[in-house]
Design a protein around this ligand. Structure first.
Ligand code: 6PG
Length: 254
């Protein structure tokens, strides 16, 4: 593993998705241990998409995780039923939830099957009731897992979307979504909620994303994933060598 610092992010570069997923599972367990020692529980928001699948498979077989004290949330969801092939919950359920002794009350699903605005309001209430933080400030998750699209989106925060300017709400519905059709509306954490977290792990792989990774980490372009800058800690970017390929020149300099 190679670490690049500066860019007010921590960049960890791994040979491939296998190694990245192994290390992400170790980091998940490490942060879970810290949270349980300090707060008695571990509140984590899972990412959707395909990159985290291997991580979830590893977590499903991780014998040392106390799932009774781990609360799973989702950073975004497609507005579809949980058994729909596009459902982020459905993906996690088949790979992880169905294989771990986690109490149902610890699984906090975004209800993609109901009206998107109702689902967004309902989920924010669910988060508020869980964390019970005073006032309107967004609560601090212990960890938010994120991916990144080739366009620089993260969660369901897409370039040019008006929800990028949301400053009060924690969860919103997104009518603008990425192709391909059918354009499925989505639910997403907003930047205020994401940036309140104690830890962020980005997991980004593949050559197709190398240019966008460089635009964000080197050029500091304000693409959505580049707007994730938690107050409590620098975001950690876990990249495979392909996604990092435009960060490191042949001479090994960044
Ligand atoms: C989603 C994710 C989204 C994802 C990126 C990367 O619901 O699709 O939240 O932000 O992380 O699109 O997806 P891949 O991991 O499939 O490349």
């Amino acid at each position: 593993m190679r670490t690049l610092t500066g860019m007010n992010r921590e960049v960890r570069i791994y040979k491939d998705l296998d190694q990245l997923s192994l290390e992400a599972a170790r980091e998940f367990a490490r942060l879970a241990g810290i949270a349980m020692d300090r707060y008695g529980r571990f509140n984590v928001a899972l990412a959707g998409g395909s990159t985290p699948r291997q991580l979830y498979e590893r977590l499903a077989n991780h014998v040392l995780l106390d799932w009774g004290r781990i609360h799973l949330f989702w950073g975004d969801e497609r507005c579809v039923p949980p058994d729909h092939p596009e459902s982020n919950y459905g993906m996690a359920q088949s790979i992880l939830l169905d294989h771990i002794p986690i109490p149902p009350v610890n699984i906090h699903r975004m209800r993609g099957e109901i009206d998107p605005e109702e689902a967004a309001v309902e989920y924010q209430v669910q988060i508020a009731n869980h964390f019970r933080t005073p006032g309107n400030a967004p609560p601090a998750f212990d960890l938010i897992l994120l991916g990144m699209g080739e366009d620089g989106h993260t969660a369901s925060l897409f370039p040019g979307s008006p929800v990028l300017d949301e400053s009060d709400r924690w969860v919103v519905n997104v009518t603008h979504t990425q192709p391909p059709p059918p354009l499925i509306p989505r639910l997403t954490f907003t930047l205020p909620l994401i940036n309140a977290t104690r830890n962020v792990l980005f997991m980004v792989t593949g050559k197709a994303k190398a240019g966008t990774v460089s635009r964000i980490l080197i050029n500091r372009e304000k693409l959505p994933a580049g707007l994730v800058n938690p107050v409590l800690s620098s975001p950690v970017w876990m990249l495979d060598s392909e996604a990092a390929s435009k960060l490191i020149t042949k001479e090994g300099e960044k």
